[in-house]
Design a protein around this ligand. Structure first.
Ligand code: P6P
Length: 335
């Protein structure tokens, strides 16, 4: 149940019953993501003042140590999730291995693991372009009360219990799903409250925007080259518009609202593409499908891919259902 301008806190309470198998931990987990998002947003929004306040990794005018923003974001999300005693483990793009969270109660009943890209697109910060945080949540598969294991993280995306992103853009939004559709909340920075601004977000079945780094065109598989040429052809509702922000969360968010497709294919330079399966592609694919969109590697549904390692990369095609299926058709014809 949702109503416009509901706060995130009210929404979580009113939809608690739909979070199956949980006695409130998942709600507390989303609440901890909310808190970390506000803290990171504050820091990201003043990134342009580094000459005055000091850049991450330097000492600011108050003599405080500043961290690189992606390290800062990583620390804040880990700290917030740890302090709330909800998760038993965290994996992050910024951490080589997963982190075991020892529960504050002796029998370590925490049953969730979280995987995060704490600040995706962080290279855009220096040029004042939107960046984002991406998160993915699973119930652990190893026995509660024992130390978390790698297999708790290497689960197929179709096992996620929640996923979402924070986009630090012209406004800061938290967009997430627990398997019951996708809802978007916009932060009112004046009072630090997220309000339900985009209830029940859905991808238009079709769209006229394609997002891909065309600088890699000559390195793409033939099927992707053929699809890009299809988008550019003067026929019917084409040519489509090319829009590529260089920030996955921002390109995804715009495509979900307006209709469109995002592609990060494999190439002769990157044999599995660039994006990470566990904390980029799986959460975005869960959101896409919950919003009536689609996500694949060109052949296989992203959520059905069996993970083999924490930081593995996969080719990623995601967005409006008909557009993804057209790209997949070109990929099949070219093999
Ligand atoms: P390229 C940011 O580094 C990121 O992971 C995504 O957010 C973005 O879509 C992509 O990589 C941009 O990569 O190679 O086109 O600069």
């Amino acid at each position: 149940m949702s109503r416009k301008n509901q706060t995130l806190g009210e929404f979580i309470i009113e939809n608690q019953a739909s979070f199956k198998y949980t006695s409130g931990e998942l709600s507390r987990l989303i609440n901890s993501i909310r808190l970390a998002a506000k803290v990171v947003n504050h820091e990201v929004n003043k990134a342009g003042l580094v000459d005055i306040i000091g850049a991450a990794g330097e000492t600011n005018i108050q003599g405080e140590d500043q961290q690189k923003l992606d390290v800062y974001a990583n620390d804040k999300f880990i700290q917030t999730l740890t302090n709330r005693n909800i998760v038993c483990g965290i994996a992050s793009e910024e951490e080589d291995d997963f982190i075991t969270i020892n529960s504050q109660d002796e029998n370590n009943n925490n049953k969730y693991v979280v995987l995060i890209d704490p600040l995706d697109g962080s290279s855009n910060i220096d040029v004042n372009v939107s960046v984002g945080t991406i998160f993915s949540v699973y119930r652990r598969v190893t026995p509660v009360g024992t130390p978390v294991q790698l297999e708790d993280f290497l689960q197929k995306g179709n096992q996620q219990v929640a996923a979402g992103y924070v986009v630090y853009g012209t406004s800061t939004m938290l967009v997430y799903t627990t398997g019951h559709g996708v809802n978007g909340f916009t932060l009112n920075p004046a009072i630090g409250t997220f309000y339900l601004s985009h209830p029940n977000m859905t991808f238009p079945t079709d769209g006229k925007i394609y997002s891909v780094n065309e600088g890699n065109y000559i390195h793409f598989p033939q099927g992707i080259k053929d699809y890009i040429k299809y988008c550019q052809m003067e026929e019917g509702d084409r040519p489509y518009t090319s829009r590529y922000i260089g920030s996955l969360v921002s390109d995804f968010h715009r495509n979900m609202i307006k209709g469109g497709i995002y592609l990060y294919p494999k190439s002769s330079k990157t044999s599995n593409g660039k994006l990470r399966l566990l904390y980029e592609c799986n959460p975005m694919a869960f959101l896409a499908e919950q919003a009536q969109g689609k996500a694949s590697d060109g052949f296989t549904r992203i959520l059905d891919i069996e993970p083999t390692e924490l930081h593995q990369r996969v080719p990623f095609i995601c967005g409006s259902k008909n557009m993804v299926e057209k790209a997949e058709e070109f990929m099949r014809l070219a093999t």
